[in-house]
Ligand binder design. Structure first.
Ligand code: BGC
Length: 259
């Protein structure tokens, strides 16, 4: 399996590209389309069908979905329409490509990519410690790794904060824009959220992903949690690359990749 089509269904767009899974490279320009409104299963599957046709793709496909996914079935709907509850996305996508398909949570996907090819590479190779990847975007996504094994569907963005609201309502990147917060004010909120995460998980490393990772320098001075905190390295490609890597999760050795 040299290449897998990685599809990332995000809170505002769908991005996709073929990924060389041994190296994590994307060799052609990814396609990006706005998330359809309303973001129903039919509308999103239609958009993915167009992407598949555009790439003339007939091979394996990995997909990240912005909610809980168990055995290919979607079980939560933070950013898409309620009709997604109980939809077997894996099955629907398999009908489109007639090849192997795996669907996982979008943040889990981004985490897999950062662990293998990005900011968590060292931890991946040494297979030591607890790494928490957080994607700060429309919501907050989380991917938790211990000794390089993913604990899927952690959904830490929904943890209740002392302010009486969920973590993602307090500190997602979209909240900074919506509430017109300065980087300083928002950075302090992110720190509160990280303190909460740190208290419960004692991670050895926290990776901050999402578009804001590019602006890490603007808020890192507020992150005083006693844990190593680094920005993600793969930018918005992490979701696509990690979705493609998800296919390998089904094999007993998740680290094995063929060329
Ligand atoms: C969803 C998560 C998702 C995250 C980022 C949250 O609201 O519950 O499943 O990973 O947003 O898209």
């Amino acid at each position: 399996m040299a290449h897998v089509l990685g599809v990332d269904i995000g809170g505002s767009s769908i991005k996709a590209a073929p990924v060389k899974i041994r190296t994590g490279e994307i060799t052609v320009q990814p396609r990006q389309v706005p998330l359809p409104e309303p973001a129903t299963p039919n509308a999103i599957c239609e958009a993915i069908r167009d992407i598949i046709e555009n790439f003339n793709w007939t091979g394996p496909l990995g997909c990240g979905y912005p909610g809980v996914v168990q055995n290919g079935v979607c079980f939560s709907v933070a950013h898409v329409s309620d009709d997604w509850l109980g939809v077997n996305l894996e099955k629907r996508l398999r009908e489109l490509v007639k090849a192997q398909v795996k669907v996982i949570n979008d943040a889990d996907a981004a985490g897999l990519a950062e662990m293998r090819f990005g900011a968590g590479r060292v931890y991946h190779h040494s297979a030591g410690g607890t790494v928490l990847m957080l994607t700060l975007g429309t919501g907050i996504g989380s991917a938790l790794f211990h000794n390089d094994k993913l604990f899927p569907n952690t959904e830490f963005g929904h943890i209740l904060m002392p302010e009486g609201i969920e973590g993602e309502e307090l500190a997602a990147a979209a909240v900074r824009v919506k509430e017109n917060l300065s980087w300083d004010a928002w950075g302090l909120r992110v720190n509160k959220y990280l303190e909460m995460m740190s208290r419960f998980l004692s991670p050895d490393l926290i990776i901050i992903g999402g578009g804001v990772s590019e602006n890490f320098d603007r808020f890192k001075r507020y992150l005083t949690v006693n844990t190593d905190i680094v920005p993600a390295q793969m930018g918005n490609k992490a979701g696509i690359v990690g979705a493609a890597l998800a296919l390998n999760l089904t094999s007993p050795d998740s680290g094995s990749t063929e060329d």
